[in-house]
Design a protein around this ligand. Structure first.
Ligand SMILES: [Zn+2]
Length: 613
């Protein structure tokens, strides 16, 4: 589908209209949270204080007596749930390990709510680890708004995971998960998950944030800077002379429409490069210029716009006016309109992490499935999207998802696989979580192309974006989109591949001559059934495909471009362990018989997929 790049923000407008309040086409609702925050940072103590006004809209059919805020920074304290979990898990994250347990009082993180009012009246609240539990003085009725006003203080922890100060690379502030953030409430109820280490789920709203900080600091992050000509630091309009500031501090004013989080980063050493794309998106890069780093970040400016363009074309139009790649954090982490990545990488590594985090703008930022419940729909789909993007940018010859398939096969072999339906904080090992979320999740999407055909899958990806952008889709919503796009029944795919660890293994069992004809017998060895693309190559150099539909799909995928001429066999019911088909050629003409030469079928034993004569 061609997308008109001259109208980049039209899509956001439509999505915003469609996503306000209750949406009839899904029978679901969406809460809204508009934040206004004013914070003051002391760069000597690494402490900050702020006020927050939150207009909360309850679009649910329920009356709310309680609300919950996340206080993520409290995780960075000895004895926190994150600390305990990081030390007791079988395969600790090397970035965390036992480091939280050793933090001194001036190195821990905290976030404390000083006072909290709803609609002008004090409410009762208690801090329980990383969650603030709030008992409301009066309930919030369905379809009504409440105004919460609070003051809070915080201390930025030493950088351990995602957020923090003074990272290994010397970045002063990576400010993610830094403010009291209202928990999401949806058709599955409250999601007041304590912060153990995994990812996030939030409410969309408009953020208006003022950050007052030492004037030597350069900031970047979520949101459009409202006072660039007062701030300077590369944000000012061309030709503007930025006035000298009296006093020690500057106030940066950002606005971010329709985002579910707000991150910022700050360092006095940041160099700020920007580039205005033809489609109106401004790309910002912020990094600490050093030998070996600067050169790669300068070259990265060729790649970030290309990746935004490619992803907009294939996965849905990027809906914001800016994207910032910022050196910070401890790897790569996605936020609305921005990412924090470590900077000391070779160029390919830097492009790869940028592309992956950028892809999250689609799956974590706008589609935003609940990452606790469906981490693979974010990490897996983002991995899929960035693999395709990298492959296109670098014109690679290898199939883009090869790495994801091998990651999944390694997971199966490890014996540690858990179903992808596991809550992300509750996997037994970090390894099983990440291989399932990143690799198997990407395979889920790539293999969808095998099951329903690439064309239907690709249309489905855009339809998923248009239908579910800004609405927190779950696995059923995704499956329904693909069912509608293909006309095929796909519930079985979700039930096997997401809810279980059952695996796929098919074999070409034997070839039996039948006079002028030939019988080919296939066998299902693995517990998970699939439709089969069987390619028979003849000694005269021709080949044909026999497609064996899976009966429970109630139909056939369309013939795919580039595939050999296809014959559709009768269905193969999943209950039958073997299937014999007959071809109208003599057996001595057959050179080879192969199951899915495209290798999109995640068959865990491919040694039995081909017979050669
Ligand atoms: Zn990711």
């Amino acid at each position: 589908m061609h997308i008109n790049l001259a109208k980049p923000f039209f899509g956001l407008f439509l999505l915003m209209v469609a996503s306000s309040g209750v949406f009839a086409q899904t029978g679901r609702f969406q809460q809204a949270a508009n934040y206004q925050m004013d914070v003051d940072m002391d760069v000597n103590t690494n402490q900050y204080s702020g006020t927050q006004v939150l207009i909360y809209t309850n679009n649910s059919p329920d009356t709310l007596d309680r609300v919950f805020y996340h206080l993520y920074y409290n995780a960075f304290q000895p004895g926190s749930m994150m600390d305990e979990r990081s030390r007791s898990i079988a395969d600790p994250d090397r970035r965390v390990g036992d480091r939280i347990s050793k933090l001194k009082p001036d190195e821990i993180g905290y976030l404390r709510v000083r006072d909290l009012k709803m609609n002008g009246k004090d409410v009762e609240f208690s801090e329980v680890g990383t969650i603030l539990e709030v008992e409301l003085a009066e309930p919030i009725l369905p379809n009504s708004k409440a105004k919460f006003e609070m003051s809070f203080t915080g201390q930025v922890p030493i950088q351990i995971r995602r957020s923090g100060r003074d990272s290994e690379e010397g970045v002063r502030y990576s400010m993610s998960q830094w403010y009291p953030k209202m928990s999401e409430y949806d058709e599955q109820g409250w999601h007041a998950n304590p912060y153990i280490g995994r990812e996030f789920y939030g409410i969309w709203g408009d953020f208006d944030v003022k950050i007052t900080i030492d004037k030597t600091y350069v900031l970047g992050g979520t949101g459009y800077l409202q006072n660039p000509n007062e701030i300077g630091h590369g944000y000012e309009d061309k030709g503007v002379k930025v006035p000298q500031v009296k006093g020690e501090k500057l106030t940066w004013h950002f606005k971010a429409p329709h985002v579910h989080d707000f991150m910022w980063a700050a360092d006095p050493k940041y160099r700020h490069d920007k580039f205005l794309m033809e489609n109106g998106v401004t790309v910002h890069h912020l990094y600490i210029p050093t030998d070996g780093v600067t050169e790669n970040w300068v070259k990265l400016m060729d790649y970030t716009p290309k990746a935004i363009e490619f992803m907009s074309k294939h996965f849905g139009q990027y809906p914001y006016k800016q994207f910032s790649v910022i050196q910070g954090g401890d790897g790569g982490m996605e936020y609305p309109m921005a990412t924090l990545v470590t900077g000391g990488r070779n160029l390919n590594g830097l492009v790869g992490v940028m592309a992956h985090e950028l892809a999250h703008s689609w799956y974590q930022g706008v589609l935003a499935t609940n990452e606790a419940l469906y981490p693979w729909m974010d990490e897996g789909f983002a991995s899929y999207a960035s693999a395709l993007t990298m492959s296109a940018i670098y014109k690679a010859s290898e199939a883009p998802l090869t790495g994801s398939y091998s990651g999944y096969y390694r997971l199966v072999k490890s014996g540690k696989e858990e179903p992808m339906s596991t809550h992300s904080d509750h996997y037994d090992t970090n390894g099983a979580y990440s291989s399932a979320a990143y690799s198997k999740g990407a395979v889920f999407m790539a293999q969808m192309g095998y099951i329903i055909g690439e064309e239907a899958r690709d249309k489905g990806i855009l339809s998923y974006w248009n239908t579910w952008g800004f609405k927190h889709p779950n696995v059923n919503d995704f499956i329904r989109i693909m069912e509608k796009e293909s006309g095929l029944e796909l519930d079985w795919y979700k039930e096997y591949f997401v809810y279980t660890t059952k695996t796929i293994d098919y074999a070409v069992k034997k070839m039996t001559p039948q006079g002028d004809q030939t019988d080919i017998t296939l066998e299902r060895i693995g517990l998970m059934p699939m439709p089969i693309d069987l390619v028979i190559t003849y000694k005269d150099g021709t080949s044909e495909m026999v497609y064996l539909p899976l009966e429970i799909m109630r139909g056939d995928k369309a013939a795919e471009a580039g595939a050999p001429t296809r014959v559709i066999s009768e269905d193969w019911p999943w209950t039958n362990l073997t299937k014999t088909i007959r071809i109208n050629k003599k057996s001595d003409m057959v050179k080879s018989i192969e199951i899915d030469p495209s290798k999109r079928l995640a068959d865990i034993d491919q040694n039995n997929n081909k017979l050669e004569f």
